[in-house]
Ligand binder design. Structure first.
Ligand code: DC
Length: 222
């Protein structure tokens, strides 16, 4: 296995992207980058500095300011902003509720795109997000697009976030999908050359097995 391989995993939240990406990276000894966490970290900073997240010009004007650092160990991914560990804070409801408008601002995307490409540069990494195979790293050796039924996604997300209102979780996921898919800048789309996996009927291990096999095939080892 070449250590320079790049595996791009895109899809909506709750599709199994994060667990799959971390599992594949751990199995293959690759690094792992959660680009959603970077958009969440940017959003956390905007909220912390009392920037109105719906004011596009204000968000754009501050997009260069936060110092966002992502750790790429799949067994212990870390993220900090201006030296503060925000791994837990970025999963809170306030960040989740504001991340889509912040992610739609072109200046935010340009800033994070540069950081993402810097992290990916030497390869040997599994990268998860919405636009990795289409915009961030279209030359990735393996591109995947994961989806799952909305009810399955809501159940997974509620389990991760400790929420109990499945209908509300499903509505919030679908609302974010609409914004993420409908925005002008780098919308959520299936990239050219991406393989679609509907994870609904599979266990996590089964999905990881499928992806590991695809990576092996792309490397000419299967
Ligand atoms: O994967 P996640 O739910 O943690 O992502 C949070 C938000 O970040 C999601 O609603 C859209 C945005 N995002 C994006 O626009 N582009 C990416 N590559 C990753 C995430």
């Amino acid at each position: 296995m070449s250590s320079t391989v790049v595996v791009a995993i895109d899809g909506p939240s709750g599709s199994g992207k994060s667990s799959t990406s971390r599992g594949v990276a751990a199995r293959l000894g690759l690094r792992y980058l959660d680009t959603g966490a970077m958009f969440r970290a940017m959003t956390w900073w905007m909220l912390e500095h009392e920037i109105d997240v719906h004011d596009v010009a204000a968000v754009a004007a501050h997009a260069q300011e936060p110092d966002i650092v992502s750790g790429t160990d799949p067994s212990a991914p870390t993220i900090s902003v201006d030296g503060t560990d925000v791994a837990e804070a970025i999963r809170g409801e306030d960040v989740t509720g504001s991340v889509s408008p912040v992610s739609a601002v072109p200046e935010v995307r340009a800033r994070l795109l540069a950081l993402q490409r810097e992290a990916i540069d030497t390869g040997g990494i599994v990268v998860e997000g919405r636009d990795i195979g289409s915009v961030v790293w279209p030359q990735a050796e393996v591109k995947l697009y994961l989806t799952a039924d909305p009810a399955a996604r809501a159940m997974r997300r509620a389990a991760e976030e400790g929420g109990s209102d499945l209908a509300a979780t499903e509505q919030s996921l679908l609302a974010r999908d609409r914004i993420d898919s409908g925005r002008a800048a780098a919308p959520l789309v299936m990239a050219d050359g991406a393989r679609h996996i509907d994870t609904t009927p599979f266990t996590l291990d089964e999905v990881i097995d499928q992806v590991v096999e695809l990576v092996g095939a792309a490397q000419g080892q299967v």
